[in-house]
Design a protein around this ligand. Sequence first.
Ligand code: MG
Length: 206
Amino acid sequence: DAIILFDGKNMEEWESTKPSSTNEKWTLVDGTMLVNKKVGDLQTKRKFTDFQLHIEYRIPANITGSGQSRGNSGIFLAALPWGAGGYELQVLDNYNNSTYVNGQAGSIYKQNPPMANACFPPGEWQRYEVVWVAPRFKEDGTVQSSARVTVFHNGVLVQNNFVLTGDTPYDGQPFYKKHGPSPIKLQAHGDKSEPISYRNIWLREL
Ligand code: MG
């Protein structure tokens, strides 16, 4: 059965990754979650291992900025409280915006570029379909099997069972550190461009 993570009515499945007494979240606007960069990243209260994920996002039509500072967000398929913070599927406006290849929308950040640029123009809703197979670890903490991901961006295959070499840091080498079931995290990137929105987020555990 599908688990509905966001259907436009409330953000009860989500929490801020920052400890906060106010339990602040993003902004619910017209059935969408609008990123609030002051609140920071948002993650699911539930934890997952392997899953199929459907998620939609919209870069605002009035987006400004360039490179990584234009509609940057991201979907961490397993959020981790160390290193890069998990494994990031990049969200960015690359409709008419160039950046380094493995930082484009649809990339596994800094590890693998998308097989195609499937971006729609800013202002349009776009979607990812993701199949995530989490890494498995041995008792001693070493990797038993690496994470694998398949991604369709707006219906176009952009990651084909890609094997991750670890987490997805901006700087330095990816690495694996033992973990179990983890939340899914949405990035509030610190750049100055207008915040993006998410909607229709559901998942099927595998
Ligand atoms: Mg990002």
